[in-house]
Design a protein around this ligand. Sequence first.
Ligand code: F6R
Length: 226
Amino acid sequence: MVRNLEQRPDTVLGLATGGTMEPVYARLVADYTAGHIDFSAIRTFNLDEYVGLAPDDPSSFMHYMRKHFLNRINIPAENAYIPRGNVADAHAEAMRYEYAIVASGGVDLQLLGLGANGHIGFNEPPAILSSLTHVAALTQATRAANARYFDKPCNVPRHAITMGVGTIMRAKEIVLLAIGAEKAEAAANMIEGQVHENCPASALQDHRKVTVVLDQKAAARLKHAR
Ligand code: F6R
């Protein structure tokens, strides 16, 4: 990613939130602080945001992104896009966001985490694999997994605006990271299973330029790991 940014300082990055990404942002911030990267010309599009949360809500993805990345580098605020969760019409916001991605020329490099249920973004199974940015209902399992970012589990929103699988597939290059045993089944389905709506990440098998990075625990269920 650092090489991408060195070669093309106006790269359009697609970004994710979550525990997996925290060390990635820490590393990019360290590289910036050491003077190795300049973020002044990049544009970023985050995958998703909870419906109903304002950008300054401590549980919002905007808050996460500012805390871990955006406020610690020299990206102009207007270059960092995240769906607005606190709008009157979330469906219209989803369409506006999809259009903004297209108008930017499209995502050059998309970072993804992997849900234990095989989701990418908030495309929960069963997912429409051609979907564009839309309002998605979160499964109970995903709400439970993300409850750590909220004061009470019942405060986890039930809906999010998310790039669709189709939106993600239009990125020119994708890097997916997954860490830990709870991702092992999803990682095996994603890589060795059929492309199927029950594992939204399996759609990536049809993408022309994907890198998947797994730790040993996340790779433990692969039959052909070697
Ligand atoms: C986050 C997102 C999700 C996460 C996934 C993994 O913006 O869209 O798909 O990438 O849920 O989350 P962690 O890394 O917390 O396990």
